[in-house]
Design a protein around this ligand. Sequence first.
Ligand code: ATP
Ligand code: MG
Length: 449
Amino acid sequence: MITRIEIDGFKSFENFALDLPPFLVLIGTNASGKSNLLDAVTFVATTATRGVDAAVAEVRGDPRGLFRRRGDGNRVDRMRFALEILLPGRLSHLCRYELDLVWAEPVGAIEGIVAERQRIVRLGPESSLRWASAVGVAAEGLRPWPVPLKAGHVIDLTGMPPVIGSGATKPEQARAELENLANTLLHSPSRPGTDVERADETILAGVWQELNLVRFLHLEAGALRRTSELGGPSRMDATGRDLPNYLRSLMLRTASDNRPLGVVGDIKMHLTGLVREISDFTVDKDDRRRDVRLEFFSPYEQRLDAEFASDGTLRMLAILASLHDDGVVAVEEPENGVFPERLRQLLNLARGLVTDLRQSVEDDGRDNTAWHRQAIFTSHSPVVLDAVPYENIAFLDMTTVIEDGVPSRVSRVRRLREDAGPVRVAGERWPRVTDSELDRFRAGVEEPV
Ligand SMILES: Nc1ncnc2c1ncn2[C@@H]1O[C@H](COP(=O)(O)OP(=O)(O)OP(=O)(O)O)[C@@H](O)[C@H]1O
Ligand SMILES: [Mg+2]
C-alpha cells in the first residue's frame, strides 16, 4: 500500500505531498491535476520496476514536457518523487522510495532524463503512526517490525541501471525473496545468517513487488470488448484490453477446491448485483480459435457476446476485476458511462474491498502475507462527492505560487475530513475546503477566479 506521495517538478506539482488512505477519491474540476497525480504514481512505479525509458515511453506527454513549466515559461530541470510504502504483514515501519530525475544535455551525447539518485529508506515506527492519524486509520491494525531493523537505514540504489527490478536484485531472485518475504520478516527474525544485507534484499523485493502491482485504468469500451489472444498478456492494459485473459488469470490464481472460480465467483455476484440486466458471465477459452472471450447471460435473452454488452457493463466488470486483485489500482473517472445509483454502489463496494486497517490482523481473515489492496479514483462528478465519506476524498485545484517573483500555477490538494485536528497537516499546506466551495462543485459551477 502506498501511504504517501511527494512530488516536486513533475507536471503541475511543486512541493506537493499527500497521505493516501487505502481508499481515496481525487475530486476536482478539469485540469486540476487529478490525472497528473495518477501519472506520477504510475511513472514512478514504472521507473522503479522497468526503468526510466519504459516509464517515459508509457507516460502521457513528451520527456521534456514532464518537467514543470513555471509562469515565465522556463522549465525546471529536476523532478523529485518519494513514495512511502506499507509492506505486507502490516509491519509498522514504512519504507520510503526516493527518486530524483534530472534533464541532462551532455555534450556529444543524446539529451534525456537521467536518474540522479534513488534509494530506499527504512522509516521508524513513528512514520506509520503519523500516517494512521493523518488518514484516519487505526494504528492498532499495525504490528511492530519483528526484526530489530535500524530506522533511517538507507539502501542506496543510485547508479544501478535500470533500477530495482533487474539491477539491484535479479528478477528471479526478487521472486524467490518474495515467496520468503513474510517468512523472513515475520517468522524467523533471529535466523542465523539474517543480517542487514538479507533484510535489505527482502525489503527491496517487497518494494519492487508493491510497485509492480500498481495498475492504472483509463478504460475504453472498444478495448474492453475485444477477445484476448490465448497466451497473450495476463494483465489488462490501461484501456482495459485483455480483460478476458485478466479474468482468467485471476480465476486460475485464486481457485481452490471449494471455490473453483476463485474471486471470479465474487466478481460475478457483484456485477449481477450492479447490473440487473446481466445474470451471469463466463470466461471461455477457445482452443480452436486460440482466444479467450467473455460471454454474458441475461435473464431475458439467452446469450450476449462481449461485442454486444453495454459499455457501462464492461467498464464496471473491469473495475470490479481490478478491485479483487492485490496491490494498488488507480481508476480514471468511474462515472463515465455508469448510472448514478450504480456508481454509488460501485464506490461502496470499492470501499469495502480495500484493506481494512481498522480490523485486527486476526479478524481480517486474510493471509498476513497477502499484499494490501488499495484503490484511488479520480472524478469530477458531484454524485461521487456525495457518495463517498469525506475522509476518503481529496480535493484538487490549481493555485498560484510565487517563485523568485514569478507567479506559477500549480496543483494543490486539500482533504475534506472535518474532524482532522490541525487544518494544516504535515505536507498539506492549504486550509480546509469550505462548504461553499463544495456547494459550488455540487451545483457544477466554477470557482470565481
Ligand atoms: N509540465 C507541466 N508544467 C506545468 N503544468 C502542467 C504541466 N503538464 C501539465 N500541466 C497542467 O496540468 C493540467 C492538466 O492536468 P490533468 O490532466 O491532471 O487534469 P485533470 O484534473 O485530470 O482534468 P480532467 O478532469 O479534465 O481530466 C494542464 O492543463 C496544465 O495546466
Ligand atoms: Mg484527467
